[in-house]
Design a protein around this ligand. Sequence first.
Ligand code: NDP
Ligand code: 8X3
Length: 252
Amino acid sequence: MDKYAIVTGASAGFGEAIAKVLAEEKYNLILVARRGDRLEELKNTLASKQIKVLVATLDVRNAEDIHDWIEGLEDKVKNNLSILVNNAGLAVGRSGFQDGLLEDWERMIDTNVKGLLYMTRETLPFLMKNEGSMVINITSIAAKEAYAGGNVYCATKAAVDQLSKSMRMDLVHHKVRVSTIAPGAAETEFSLVRFKGDKETSKQVYQGFDPLQAEDIAEAVRFIVTRPSRVSIHDLVIMPTAQASTTLFHKD
Ligand code: NDP
Ligand code: 8X3
């Protein structure tokens, strides 16, 4: 297959697992994240898959870098772009709104919302050329239900939810499918980032219940991308069995 899929945030967690699944589905890959060493490692582990893997060490917050990088891609890559997985994202901090740090808020807004806008804007002209292309946006249960201390993170994910709905309408005449996946608590590097490297606090988040694993979300992506071109999956909410809402957990 000549088709290419871009996965942002492929250096860890969901993105890494999604890249592996797309490799199994024989998509050529473009792996995007800031930690290029991790992307190179992932590329090496995919060496046996008989697909092409390109690595792009990029910060999705930098619109100019994204523009230049897309422009510099070979035509045969750009013209075969068929999937964009907007997965790169993060929560930073969990304090009440009144104690929130401007710097944390800006990191979340710039990455989760503006980064997704930049990536989508630059790739859409190519995605639109290929009938059946897909944009898959990773939102969160936090997009649907706010919680105390979730404030700006919840707002960024709700923004992506609304953007995805609107994109779907804008792109329907171009036959580009737009899907969202809204996971609940999943054990990745997410909490380590949220709690700024505090391993103890981040470990506690997943104690007493069986959280989602990155592979669970990657399997949802496999389901989305293997549907016939007449089928568009709009929104999947995927929760651990032990989590009924953002804040209601059954813990042993
Ligand atoms: P991880 O922290 O494990 O992975 C996040 C990925 O995003 C990393 O590859 C990181 O790469 C990348 N990333 C972060 N900032 C940037 C940036 N500025 N530019 C490029 N890449 C960036 O977390 P998850 O895998 O859990 O998170 C993936 C997505 O899923 C996020 O959007 C998150 O909000 C969402 N989510 C997570 C849930 C969870 O409980 N884990 C639940 C619901 C949604 P690098 O640092 O190398 O740049
Ligand atoms: C991550 C899940 O509930 O911590 O998006 O916001 S939650």
